[in-house]
Design a protein around this ligand. Structure first.
Ligand code: ADP
Length: 484
């Protein structure tokens, strides 16, 4: 699938360190999850290269921070334009290594690029403040300065957007970055890095370390324990987030963590049912259910339960599953064997405990799973408690608003949540009562560069996107001027 790129030079297979493409004697395979076929072998870097990248970033820092915000913004804006100009190739690379349908991959290129545009503009708005004095001989001034070398460890489910969402604010603020993309999707990361080079990114300001899963652990240790690295941003599982957080403790590193979710999707009796079904479709089945904001469990009020199940099942049966390059396909493969095994085990567990299979439930080929709807689901089933990360919609029944809120909040996670209601009082009550960083009300799609994305409880720390997305990458400095 990569033989037909318009610009084959976007296909990079070495790491980017200090502005140079750096090979390694060790290589690892990147495969197409739809076919299992090898796409490329990529340089398998380790701890030593991580040290080199950190040193290069630190060396590049003074000149980068000395540029004006407008100058840094101009490079980000050029990079943004190059992502759009090369959107077809980037989408092909992404579909090949990640599996999502080509139209979704194109959508992600646009979404990923939007962070570059947003933070290119925000660079100019990193305002300080003056504080009215309490002593006429003194003046109080607050300025914001770049935190220093930043590290980003990113997942495979959004191979471009999860990089730009971290890297754009860091660069805009005046920080150099070292990125370690997921081992499943390094080609997207490298293509985007090549475009950064073409946009005029100075050597050492943006570094990308490629590695397989074992070496990723070693690189992670170096990034976490380095006292040059001042900030680590991670998107991935809660389990790995805990490890990284512990590793960062000795150097008191600032952390941004975007971890697992277990998003509830509540449909009240007064909802517009067709709209709720539409919202459920995008929230649940996008990226084959492999997003951290995917609805994981559905709570539907008794009065509309049967109709909602029926309508959702009908729509789910209409999803065409297949290779993401085929026309008309709207759901690709699961990323790997472990991912599909987890989906199968959640469905089997639910059926064994008395759930009803209303749609799907079938594995097709090695890694494809048909869009599934399960009814009569109960809170003791695995699919109600754990993130399935697949195309399975388990539907539970509830009677009262208080019961729905209690069920929705009964988890250690707190990333995204959704509910459908037309009652303005209920919208405020439930919106305020849900213990989540994000609440989609009468919509299943909440992500955009202008808003603060992030979770509470064990779903993470910090916010990405929006003007708040810059906060992590600046330190606040208080200047106290005396002898006035
Ligand atoms: P997922 O379950 O979505 O694959 P992971 O949390 O396992 O998410 O992986 C997300 C990212 O974290 C990937 O880039 C992966 O290489 C990296 N990673 C996984 N384990 C570790 C670790 N122990 N130390 C550093 N990075 C890790």
């Amino acid at each position: 699938p990569l033989a037909t790129l318009n610009d084959p030079s976007l296909l990079k297979t070495d790491a980017l360190i200090n502005g140079e493409w750096v090979s390694h004697s060790s290589r690892f395979d990147v495969t197409d999850p739809a076919t299992g076929l090898k796409l490329a072998d990529v340089a398998n870097h380790g701890a030593e290269s991580a040290h080199h990248a950190i040193v290069a970033a630190n060396k590049a820092w003074p000149a980068w921070r000395a540029k004006t915000a407008k100058e840094r913004g101009a490079i980000l804006m050029k990079w943004f334009q190059l992502l759009h100009a090369n959107a077809d190739d980037l989408a092909r690379i992404m579909t090949a290594e990640q599996g999502k349908p080509l139209s979704e991959a194109r959508g992600e290129v646009g979404y990923g690029a939007s962070f570059l545009e947003w933070f290119a503009e925000e660079a100019k708005r990193i305002y300080g403040e003056t504080i009215p004095t309490t002593d006429n001989n003194k003046r109080y001034v607050v300025i914001k300065q770049p935190i220093g070398v930043c590290a980003a460890i990113t997942p495979w489910n959004f191979p471009i957007a999860m990089i730009t969402r971290k890297v754009a604010p860091a660069l805009a603020a005046g920080c150099p970055v070292v990125i370690k993309p997921a081992e499943q999707t390094p080609l997207s990361a490298l293509a985007v890095a090549e475009l950064a080079q073409r946009a005029g990114m100075p050597a050492g300001v943006l570094n990308v370390l490629t590695a397989d899963s074992d070496n990723s652990i070693d690189i992670g240790k170096v990034l976490c324990t380095s006292d040059i690295v001042r900030h680590l941003s991670f998107t991935g599982s809660t389990e790995v987030g805990r490890i990284l957080s512990a590793q960062c403790a000795p150097t008191i590193k600032k952390l941004a963590l975007e971890l697992g979710g277990n998003a509830p999707f509540i449909v009240f009796d007064d909802a517009d049912l067709d709209s709720a079904v539409e919202g459920a479709m995008v929230s649940k089945y996008r990226n084959a259910g492999q997003t951290c904001v995917c609805a994981n469990r559905f709570y539907v009020q008794a009065g509309v339960y049967d109709r909602f199940v029926e309508k959702l099942a009908e729509k789910a049966r209409g999803i065409k599953v297949g290779n993401g390059f085929e026309a008309g396909v709207n759901q690709g493969p699961m990323i790997d064997d472990a991912a599909i095994a987890k989906v199968e085990s959640h469905v089997a567990d639910a059926l064994a405990k008395g759930a009803t299979l209303v749609a799907g439930g079938e594995r097709q080929g090695d890694r494809f799973f048909t869009p599934t709807v399960l009814a009569n689901v109960t809170p003791d089933m695995l699919c109600s408690k754990e993130e399935t990360f697949g195309p399975v919609a388990p539907i539970l029944r509830f009677e009262t608003e208080a019961e729905a809120v209690e069920l929705a909040n009964a988890t250690e996670f707190g990333l995204a949540s959704y509910f459908y209601s037309r009652d303005i009082g209920r919208i405020f009550r439930v919106g305020e009562a849900l213990e989540y960083g994000m609440v989609g009300i009468n919509t299943g799609l909440i992500s955009t560069a202008e808003v603060p994305f992030g979770g509470v409880k064990q779903s993470g720390l910090g916010r990405e996107g929006a003007h708040q997305g810059m906060d992590d990458y600046v330190e606040i400095k208080y200047l106290c001027l005396g002898d006035i």
